[in-house]
Design a protein around this ligand. Structure first.
Ligand code: BYC
Length: 329
């Protein structure tokens, strides 16, 4: 299963941090402190490998599941140009999934196992993709603000310590920046359109605000992994810092369009320069990321269907000499 890993790495599997060789651990941490990259063949503590695998795998799942809410609108996009742009965006998101699965595989977990863990509910993916895109305006809000949130997170973390993840993030960010422009253009078209279009985009914003606030993860005081991940430069900023950076960049742009946000307490404290807001409901977040959101079952059912119906393609590619019959779908 972990056939591509060296003996040293296999030896490293399953160890607690305190059981690691202190000399190797010190060298590893010194390398990170010096701003050097860790590459797949380098020694790394098991906990670093485990945390990175978890995070990159979740990120990869988020990309392919994230293609679904917007994907359902390809056939209903308003006009040919919007349809083409949305199709290209959705394809990009799936491509990001491929890049990220490849990055996660360098840590030793086979892609088949990652997909199996997604389908059987063992792995998480981003909370935001468990909500429906009710109207066309929802796709505009996703493309603008969720891609914006993703860019805040990914540009920051692309300066991190693990080479393959950072390089994948850099490539992904180029495309995400274009998605953001497309999303902004779509939101502006609706916000400056007819009264019904304005209302549609306002309602979509109201629906997505809490999921977007959840997107950056629980508050630092509730976060389980942040401390370790920041120390190892996997995360270059905490969840609260990323949320603040997003609010700083995008709340003014939302208000510029004379759209409102469904939080009467949202304002920037002039003294601290920090955004103050009503804490989103973290119990809702907990439920949604653990399988009990509005669309969790539907999302996983689509992935399961795709795996089952696409299995013959993989078999055909892998067993070149074996005759195969494509099923009638
Ligand atoms: N959703 O200790 P914490 C895109 C979990 S796709 C679900 O703070 P951490 C796009 C967390 O996993 C881009 N679960 O965790 C695609 C942990 O649970 P486990 C998506 C979440 O890892 C298509 C627990 O809560 N971006 O842009 O330090 C179309 C405790 O949290 C979430 C990424 O994936 C969440 N939002 O920090 C359009 C970025 N937040 O694993 C757009 C990569 C937390 O212990 N990931 N949890 O069971 C990260 O940067 C970090 O993992 C997070 C969380 C900031 C999300």
């Amino acid at each position: 299963m972990y056939g591509s890993l060296s003996v040293i790495e296999i030896d490293n599997m399953g160890r607690k941090l305190e059981e690691e060789d202190p000399r190797l651990l010190a060298e590893f941490e010194a390398k990170i402190d010096a701003g050097l990259k860790i590459e797949p063949q380098d020694w790394m503590p098991y906990e670093y490998r485990r945390q990175l695998t978890r995070m990159i795998e979740q990120h990869a799942h988020s990309e392919i599941i994230g293609a679904l809410p917007e994907g359902t609108w390809i056939t209903r996009a308003p006009g040919f140009k919007r349809k083409l742009a949305l199709m290209a965006k959705v394809q990009d998101e799936v491509g990001h999934g491929q890049l990220l699965y490849a990055a996660a595989e360098t840590l030793g977990k086979p892609r088949e196992q990652m997909i199996a863990d997604l389908i059987n509910g063992k792995s998480k993916y981003s909370n935001v993709f468990n909500y429906p895109a009710v109207t066309w305006a929802d796709t505009a809000i996703i493309a603008w603000l969720i891609d914006a949130g993703a860019i805040v997170n990914q540009v920051t973390n692309s300066k991190g310590s693990y080479g393959p993840y950072c390089r994948a993030l850099e490539r992904i960010c180029y495309e995400e920046s274009f998605h953001l422009k497309y999303g902004h253009d779509t939101v502006v078209a609706l916000a400056t359109g007819t009264p019904q279009q304005r209302q549609m985009v306002q309602e979509a914003l109201n629906r997505w605000w809490e999921p977007i606030m959840h997107f950056f993860g629980p508050p630092d005081k509730m976060s389980v992994h942040t401390e370790k991940l920041v120390r190892w430069k996997v995360k270059l900023a905490t969840n609260d810092a990323m949320r603040q950076a997003f609010l700083d960049m995008y709340v003014p742009k939302i208000w510029e369009l004379e759209l409102t946000l469904p939080d009467p307490n949202l304002h920037k404290d002039p003294e601290t320069g920090k955004w103050m807001y009503t804490e989103p409901d973290w119990e809702v977040f907990r439920r949604v990321i653990n399988g009990d959101g509005p669309c969790n079952k539907e999302r996983l059912a689509v992935r399961r269907w795709a795996e089952e119906k696409g299995a013959w393609v993989k078999r055909a590619l892998l067993n070149k000499n074996e005759p195969y019959v494509a099923p009638l779908v």
